[in-house]
Write a protein of this length. Structure first.
Length: 391
């Protein structure tokens, strides 16, 4: 215990201690924090669906009809009609043969990579992929070759080098929208490489699903290669406003995971209320309201990011609703977050290991139902705060 205490004190001294902030009341563009009404600029509830009445009604209706818990894991007795319906809905949405629901994005990435890849295979993973992908690579037991962020030239050389001693399969894995930088994977180039080198391509579109593309099908739709990605992973807890995750892919991939994926097999399945809400979320995302919300989100992103860019802020190449404000070291980053919160803007400081050392940032995330005038004021406040920080 003494060592633990000392370690926490050390972390605090380095500006690296993590603590929880509790929100009172529901999620929305503004929330109550420590008795104050603040602008929420660090939620992945991008389309504002987490508190949408249609999802709340669907969740309550499913709970009333099917109960609160599923009672077992999927392979035992925890597969309910709603699981099947949601998987069919997701497969139709991503235009694949089949889909499989997982209990979270973390469980999906670890379970997909462990379930599909063997120790004799090679995984090629973007340097800035999400932690759950990194952990999945480790769990698979395969050799993982990390390629420089979005660098297809470097990836090509690595694929070439590995080809000469190839024994097993190749899998390329990338975030669609990078979670801490808000930039996009070069999916068209990755598709060409995976076809040339006979590899599978897995895209984690946790932050693109629901948001990007004309009908919200994500990064691959935006970039015009939806039908050329092998493994579409996405989450239900961000733009879709619910909880859980999925893989959409060929039937043989899904059947393989049902038989081999440990996070899928050994965990109680998602409850009816969440499944009912997710079905309603897909209906919304796929309909006119989804299109309207995507438009509002894009307008908000433009307004906020343009103002920061005019103010000389390094936005790390972001082109999406994830707008990082590079601040460098942990102490000034957390001080900036504290000052902004005092001024009524809740944005989290992000530190290693979530981002590389020296690349700490305020990670601002926009929502469709933020009001433009609030965002304009928040952008000014961010600029003022950055200019007032000790150097
Ligand atoms: N992948 C990416 C790119 C993410 O950003 C996240 C969540 N932050 C996850 C996977 C994990 O998803 P979940 O929160 O549903 O576990």
């Amino acid at each position: 215990m003494r060592e633990m205490k000392k370690r926490l004190e050390d972390l605090k001294g380095q500006g690296m201690l993590r603590t929880l902030k509790t929100i009172a009341g529901p999620q929305g563009p503004r929330v109550m924090l420590d008795g104050h009404d603040v602008l929420l600029l660090c939620s992945n509830n991008y389309l504002g669906l987490a508190g949408h009445s249609a999802l709340i009604e669907a969740s309550c209706a499913a709970t009333r009809r099917f109960g609160v818990g599923s009672g077992a894991s999927r392979l035992v007795s925890g597969t309910m009609e709603l699981h099947d319906q949601l998987e069919q809905r997701i497969a139709a949405f991503k235009k694949t043969e089949a889909a499989l629901v997982f209990n979270s994005g973390y469980a999906a990435n670890t379970g997909i990579l462990q379930g599909l890849v063997d120790p004799g295979d090679v995984i090629f993973s973007d340097q800035l992929n999400h932690a759950s992908i990194i952990d999945g690579c480790r769990l698979s037991g395969a050799r993982t070759v990390v390629y420089p962020h979005r660098d297809c030239g470097a990836l090509e050389s690595l694929l070439q080098a590995e080809s000469s001693r190839r024994r097993g399969r190749f899998l390329i894995v990338t975030d669609g929208v990078f979670s801490m930088d808000g930039d996009l994977a070069p999916l068209v180039e990755l598709v060409e490489l995976k076809e040339r080198f006979d590899a599978l391509l897995m895209v984690d579109d946790a932050h693109g699903t629901g948001v990007l593309g004309a009908s919200g099908r994500g990064t691959a739709e935006l970039l015009g290669c939806l039908d050329r990605v092998d493994l579409h992973m996405g989450t239900l807890g961000k733009a879709l406003g619910c909880f859980g995750a999925y893989l959409a892919a060929d039937r043989v991939v899904i059947d393989t995971l049902i038989n081999r994926s440990r996070s899928f097999i050994f965990s109680t399945s998602l409850p009816p209320g969440d499944l009912g809400a997710a079905l309603a979320a897909f209906d919304l995302v796929d309909g006119p309201e989804g299109a309207q919300r995507r438009q509002a989100l894009e307008a908000n992103r433009g307004l906020f990011a343009d103002r920061l860019q005019q103010g000389g802020v390094d936005l790390c190449g972001s082109v999406t609703q994830i707008v990082p404000v590079l601040t460098g070291e942990p102490v000034p980053t957390m001080e900036a977050a504290r000052r902004l919160l005092d001024a009524g803007v809740f944005v989290q400081g992000i530190r290693p290991p979530t981002v590389p050392a020296g690349r700490c940032r305020l990670r601002a995330t926009l929502m469709a139902d933020h009001r433009p005038e609030e965002l304009a004021a928040a952008a000014e406040l961010v600029l003022e705060t950055l200019s007032g920080l000790p150097r």
